[in-house]
Design a protein around this ligand. Structure first.
Ligand code: HAM
Length: 420
């Protein structure tokens, strides 16, 4: 037997139905917020992720699936969705005549070579959205609101952790403060953090190895290094979040694991104790320099991505109700070839009129067809016999009341329209 690769999952049965339900909720809410569905390739040039996610980020240094194709191109399975969307935004010149922001969302597999554990796999799925072309604080609030309300519609009570990294000037000042703070004690941190000190000191705060090191506790806070403009943006955002009644909490240590952020960053944190503590169900932020970094015109943007599997895991643990249809409308029963021909015709007719119809494909006895209809939880049965068929009629049985009625075949669609 050939087993699936480590860190991947087969999704089938009830789990697949639950996933589909989550995607339906996502489609519905994105429609309300006026976001349009979009797809980009699952693999991109490696350089795209080096320049966006960041050369020194954990994702790029340790977690990407890199390969060369048969023409020696350096390609990478996407570890996240934003870089591809922005690449496409630039390549397709979506920035031309930008009278309204571009609002897009996506769903799909992402790949990170991480140590598989609860809530962490090598192939996982993200629902993400991006709002590109405006710097207005109201668009930050919209991003947080869409993220937050998606979890709420899925039946989860969540808290949004927020922080501001400020603009480039604020971030540079903060960077310097971190170097000054960590330098004297850098030997007490892990090898990666020693490497990060000069290349990318913000990453130290995100280190999975040193997260409990006492040094982290008293590390400088981003908020003390925000300039006036960054500060007032952040204050305005909190006002908007209050107006929208969003449950948020400030976390001054939140820096996020990707390099492209400035100003607002946010994460939705699981409160479930069965997942590793503080594991994020989703995260996002503003990335005003990303479009120009990737070769497009200076264009601001903000976005978010949800980990679908983690979200489903928490929904299961909290026994959230999934609105999943697990029964069929009509089961058609037949006893001979003539009746089977009618079943063939009726299946087509009923399905094309919007009903979930099923029959027997295994030459079962009537008794076993009844059992099948119970397994399918059929609301109605169509039971044929030659006598009725001569008059172009069938017996329809309501499976809950057990009442039976003889109905003309031509009237069946109307009959079920009235009853189902
Ligand atoms: P991220 O925080 O790297 O952000 O990933 C978003 C979410 O994907 C995480 O919060 C988590 O739920 C899920 N996730 C990440 N890695 C794994 C894994 N190995 N296994 C299972 N789930 C995982 C981004 O990817 C940004 N592109 C979000 C964004 C969009 N920022 C702006 N726009």
């Amino acid at each position: 037997m050939i087993a699936k690769p480590k860190g991947t999952n087969d999704i089938y049965g009830l789990d697949a139905k639950k996933r589909k339900y989550v995607f339906e909720v996502i489609d519905a809410i994105c429609e309300k917020y006026n976001y349009v569905y979009m797809e980009t390739p699952i693999f991109e040039s490696s350089e795209l992720f080096h320049r966006s996610v960041g050369e020194t980020s954990d994702i790029v240094t340790k977690e990407t699936y890199d390969f060369k194709d048969r023409s020696d191109r350096n390609l990478t399975l996407r570890p996240e969705g934003t870089a591809g969307i922005i690449r496409s935004f630039i390549e397709n010149k979506m920035y031309g005549n930008l009278t309204e922001p571009v609002k897009v969302y996506y769903n799909g597999p992402m790949f990170r070579y991480e140590r598989p554990q609860s809530g962490r796999s090598r192939q996982f799925t993200q629902f993400g959205f991006e709002l590109i072309g405006t710097d207005d604080v109201l668009s930050d609030a919209e991003a947080i609101s869409l993220a937050y309300n998606t979890y709420r519609l899925l039946g989860l009570d969540v808290v949004v952790e927020i922080n501001s990294l400020g603009d480039k000037e604020s971030r540079d000042r903060y960077r310097k403060a971190l170097i000054d703070y960590f330098s004297p004690n850098i030997d007490s941190l892990c090898e990666d953090c020693r490497d990060r000190l000069l290349k990318n000191p913000l990453r130290i705060l995100d280190c999975k190895v040193d997260k409990d090191n006492g040094l982290m506790k008293n590390a400088p806070s981003t908020l003390d290094y925000l300039n006036e403009e960054s500060k007032s943006r952040y204050e305005k955002l909190k006002e908007y979040l209050d107006l929208m009644d969003i449950n948020y909490k400030e976390n001054t240590k939140l820096v996020r694991g990707l390099d492209y952020y400035n100003h607002i960053v946010f994460e939705i944190i699981s409160t479930s104790d069965k997942l590793p503590s503080k594991i994020a169900l989703g995260g996002g932020g503003r990335y005003n320099g990303l479009v120009s970094e990737l070769g497009g015109p200076e264009t601001p943007g903000v976005g978010f991505a949800m980990g679908i599997e983690r979200t489903l895991q928490v929904m299961d643990e909290l026994e959230v109700n999934f609105d999943i249809k697990d029964n069929i409308d009509i089961y058609i029963m037949y006893g001979n070839d003539n009746e089977k021909d009618t079943a063939c015709y009726l299946l087509q007719e009923l399905r094309m009129n919007g009903f979930i119809a099923e029959t027997d494909y295994m030459n079962k006895s009537f008794k076993n067809q009844f059992k099948s209809s119970d397994r399918y939880k059929a609301k109605y049965l169509i039971i044929m016999n030659d006598e009725n068929l001569k008059d172009y009629k069938v017996c329809v049985k309501d499976n809950s009341t057990k009442e039976e009625e003889i109905v003309n075949i031509n009237d069946l669609v109307d009959y079920f329209d009235m009853h189902i």
